[in-house]
Design a protein around this ligand. Sequence first.
Ligand code: CO
Length: 256
Amino acid sequence: MKKGILVVSFGTSHLDTMKKTIDVIEDEIRNLFPDSSVYRAFTSQMIIRKLKRTENLTVDTVAEALNRMAEDGIEDVIVQPTHIINGIENDRMMEDLMEHMSLFRRIRVGKPLLSSVDDYKKSIHAVMAQTELQPDEMLVLMGHGTDHHANSAYPTLEYTFHALGYNQVLVGTVESFPELKNVMAKLEISEKKKVALMPFMLVAGDHAKNDMAGDEDSWKSELEEAGYEVRVIMKGLGEFEGIRRIFAEHIEEAAD
Ligand code: CO
């Protein structure tokens, strides 16, 4: 049976961060699974349209990629999302997969980054292995956040950082709970005056550059207004070796 791996990402229109995250993840998967052909799909129609318009770059939707794989004679498929949580993007991806099951003899699906307790622990160690903090500094991570019940991943993530002894880390979200104000209440309790800001998203794209680190109406500007000394770590999770390893492990788990 001809084998294929479909790597499904939300996507980004920022090529600088795409090169350092999604491209690297896909290349590593290509190297780790040499008997499978690796394909790309994005779940964001908006980003697919923008990439076509601004960069003349064509990226498949999940449905398009699956059709392409079937045309190439792939019969055995593993789909691996690079999503962080089991949220709306993953649900939509699953719906698209369900509609195309009959194209293949076998189709299996790997889990998003934060799925098991072990995933949380490994993700935290992966981030901290490559992040140096000063003793008088707090690390504030900006997650995306969602209305979906999977938003509980973010408070769980902060809890797990602390349970593992990383008390200098706080987690907030751009679009849901915890909010920046919840993070700031905890910052005050910490009595530390320095903040390192980093996205907890696969890419350091629009949210990281604008909502997190922008000059106005950003987490950075609000924290500075409140008297904190802020430094930005403009790195997507895909730049962390240990995070990429978790996605590879999820492929292996799906294959077993
Ligand atoms: Co968003």
